[in-house]
Design a protein around this ligand. Structure first.
Ligand code: ATP
Ligand code: MG
Length: 463
């Protein structure tokens, strides 16, 4: 069945002729002679396009258009205008009409307009679908984490989303900074506006300045035409400045001004522009260190740090790992939870023992790998994990002792051997840093010292 078109015109002959000609072209057409009936039709059935005259008895065309758009934003409205009433066509377009057609017109003219309008409707529907999908990705329920730390993060994000407050997100690589930034934007009252991401680390100084603030034609060699910067593109929405610590010091003052006064100029430009933008920043570094080293302006730091959100590394919230595994299994298998493969105990142990330098992103990649290598089997076994992970699992290494040829074994001595091995492993892993060693072994530092003395390990380090 063709697209559904509603014609609203008080000229009877016009209606009859349009209806019959469009029907020939396989459109599904209805027609009425006034706006009120038109509106009733729209409420009772779903229409793709409304073609309406502007001069109608009762409610006029513009009012009708407004009502239609208020009722359903997606319905395309094409206006028919009488000769010489171009101005009213313009005001109709301003009110949300897609196009206008001047009477008298041929059916072919109208059909071309209808085809274009329907194509437009299809594209906008697609864009809206993608937008909904992106928005869903940033829903709170898609930020996985039940650890105390993550619950705190989510709570902060919830409470600041709706305000225009600047947010500074801190966290190691792959901890979910961009995800959190997106969540803030898509839960704010700017969510229908743009979410513009700028990687301050990826661009060199010159490019970064014109990237952020735009430039005027001729501002520098190669600036052949005026270009709008990301702050302009983000107007009405949010800008996400990733790796904000990488903004060169002499440009920081410009950013400070945007934050304080909401104004800036394009590179080489004189006109002062207004930035209606919410700023969200992220950094992997400790910005205060940068301040102390003189690489980051202190005043800017305090401007950015209004609401700090710290996402802890995954190794400090391992209780989130099982939840994340399920979430990513669902993502990569796209089936309901009942049909998800089981993760073997051994696999889970390996994943829990690992220290996750790449954080959630690394876990996501590993689950994708595991799914690909599980060949649709019912369980995710250790063999499906990348090799580097299997190797690093000390616990399984230690527990896979081959004892079949032994007649007897001293429990005491074996435990001491195991303990030595673990301490040696921690020593190697931390370059002998005892604070870190104690941390990764999960024991107090004093206990570690005692054990080191008792086992006569690394005597120099102990003394
Ligand atoms: N809490 C979480 N719940 C679900 N998915 C997450 C979570 N945290 C991160 N992810 C996912 O992990 C991946 C990495 O996250 P993201 O890109 O936000 O990290 P990042 O901190 O910006 O990393 P980088 O510093 O490297 O830019 C993404 O696919 C993201 O969707
Ligand atoms: Mg990121």
């Amino acid at each position: 069945m063709g697209a559904k078109v509603l014609i609203v015109d008080d000229e009877k002959l016009m209606r009859i002729s349009l209806e019959s000609q469009l029907k020939k072209e396989r459109y599904n057409v209805r027609s009425v002679d006034n706006a009120l009936d038109g509106f009733k039709m729209i409420k009772s059935e779903e229409y793709d396009v409304v073609v309406t005259d502007l001069r109608l008895t009762g409610m006029n065309g513009i009012e009708f258009l407004k009502e239609v758009k208020k009722y359903n934003q997606d319905i395309i409205v094409v206006i028919m205008t009488a000769y010489g009433t171009f101005e009213s066509a313009v005001s109709a377009i301003k009110e949300g009409a897609y196009d206008y057609i001047a009477k008298p017109f041929s059916t072919d003219e109208l059909i071309i307009k209808l085809q274009r309008a329907l194509q437009y409707r299809k594209t906008t529907a697609e864009v809206n679908r993608l937008r909904r999908e992106i928005q869903a990705e940033f829903e709170y329920y898609n930020i996985i984490g039940n650890s105390e730390a993550m619950r705190k993060v989510i709570e902060t994000v919830r409470s600041v989303s709706d305000r225009d407050t600047t947010v500074l997100i801190k966290g190691e690589s792959g901890t979910g900074k961009e995800k959190i930034a997106g969540a803030i934007h898509y839960h704010s009252n700017r969510k229908t506006g743009p979410f513009i991401r700028v990687s301050c680390a990826a661009l060199n100084r010159e490019i970064l300045e014109s990237e952020l603030f735009g430039h005027e034609k001729g501002a520098f060699t190669g600036a052949v035409k005026t270009r709008r910067g990301r702050f302009e593109l983000a107007n009405g929405g949010s800008i996400f400045l990733d790796d904000v610590d990488d903004i060169p010091i002499d440009m920081q003052v410009k950013l400070l001004r945007v934050l304080q006064e909401r104004t800036f100029e394009r590179v080489g430009g004189e006109e002062t522009l207004h930035a209606d933008v919410r700023v969200i920043c992220a950094t992997k570094k400790d910005l205060l260190d940068h301040v102390r080293e003189g690489n980051f302006r202190e005043d800017l730091f305090y401007r950015l740090n209004v609401v700090p959100v710290t996402i802890p590394p995954l190794r400090e919230r391992k209780e989130d790992i099982p939840l994340l595994i399920t979430y990513f299994l669902k993502k990569f298998i796209s089936q309901n939870e009942d049909a998800l493969p089981e993760v073997s105990r051994e696999t889970l142990n390996v994943l829990l023992a690992y220290n996750w330098p790449g954080n959630v992103r690394e876990l996501e990649n590993i689950i994708e790998h595991a799914v690909a290598f599980s060949f649709k089997s019912k369980s995710i076994s250790v063999e499906t994990l990348p090799e580097y992970l299997r190797k690093t699992d000390v616990r399984t290494d230690l527990l896979t002792m081959n004892l079949s040829h032994r007649e007897s074994l001293s429990l005491q001595d074996t435990l001491i051997e195991v303990e030595k091995k673990l301490i040696q492993w921690a020593h190697q892993k931390t370059n002998g840093n005892q604070v870190r060693m104690a941390e990764i072994l999960g024991i107090p530092r004093t206990t570690l010292r005692n054990r080191l003395m008792k086992l006569q390990l690394f005597e120099k380090a102990v003394s």
